[in-house]
Design a protein around this ligand. Structure first.
Ligand SMILES: C[S@@+](CC[C@H](N)C(=O)[O-])C[C@H]1O[C@@H](n2cnc3c(N)ncnc32)[C@H](O)[C@@H]1O
Length: 219
């Protein structure tokens, strides 16, 4: 699992500005680079109990935390799997994660993961799907790297909650290029990948969890 990712600057005539590109195809949103040093303190601890339950842990094998940033959410999952791999497009976010023991970090867009098919027993995406520039391609990649019989879990702010609508507007104003979709929309996109979607869970305040299993017969 070497890291083949490189970022460089190109001029985008459609946007009239220079952009950072990763591996020749994707724009890199730099907002998280700037707040990486304080990110874990700003966000606070993850809902580990919920993640453990909904990911049906413990399990033998690898867990992928895509758009995992500093590894804030998956660091606590390490005791429940053999290995945790965190991928992200922000090097400063990953560098914070590297300070943690036992975590493999890889600079990569979720839309083009540098892994073979079906190598992860579990895949988790926490608060990151709305930041991915091409969500359909990202979900297809996540389904591709998931082992048959494995589970993918997405935790996202629930767009139907008023507080999340405010966050969505703020992120627009901050030019973060976020694209929020409803939990039902995520479930629909996931079923297009061939995964079996489980009933959606909500905390009825801010978050929703969408889990899906890869059928053993699907390859
Ligand atoms: C709100 S943070 C969440 C980080 C982590 N999952 C957590 O819960 O602490 C969103 C992360 O998604 C990353 N990101 C945005 N677009 C991405 C993409 N296309 N592929 C991989 N990571 C991406 C950002 O760099 C950032 O670290």
């Amino acid at each position: 699992m070497n890291n083949p990712a490189v970022s460089y600057r190109v001029y985008d005539p459609k946007r009239f500005k220079f952009q950072d590109m990763l591996r020749g195809t994707g724009y890199v949103n730099r907002h998280f680079d700037w707040i990486a040093f304080a990110y874990d303190r700003l966000l606070g601890p993850p809902r580990t109990d919920k993640l453990v339950r909904l990911l049906n842990l413990p399990v033998r094998g690898r867990l992928l935390d895509a758009g995992g940033g500093t590894g804030r959410a998956s660091a606590a999952l390490h005791p429940f799997v053999d290995d945790v791999v965190v991928t992200d497009i922000s090097l400063p976010m990953l560098r914070q994660g590297r300070k943690r023991n036992g975590m493999t970090t890889v600079l990569a867009r979720t839309e083009e993961l540098p892994f073979p098919d079906e190598v992860f027993e579990r895949v988790v995406v926490v608060d990151a799907l709305h930041h991915f520039s091409t969500q359909r391609a990202a979900l297809a990649e996540l389904a591709r790297v998931l082992r048959p019989g494995g589970r993918l879990l997405i935790e996202e702010p629930d767009l139907k909650r008023p507080a999340v609508k405010v966050v969505a507007v703020l992120e627009k104003l901050l030019l973060m290029e976020s694209h929020f979709i409803t939990p039902e929309g995520i479930a629909q996109e996931l079923s297009r990948t061939g995964l079996s979607v489980l009933p959606i869970r909500h905390d009825f305040r801010f978050r929703a969890w969408i889990a899906a299993d890869k059928p053993v017969s699907l390859s």
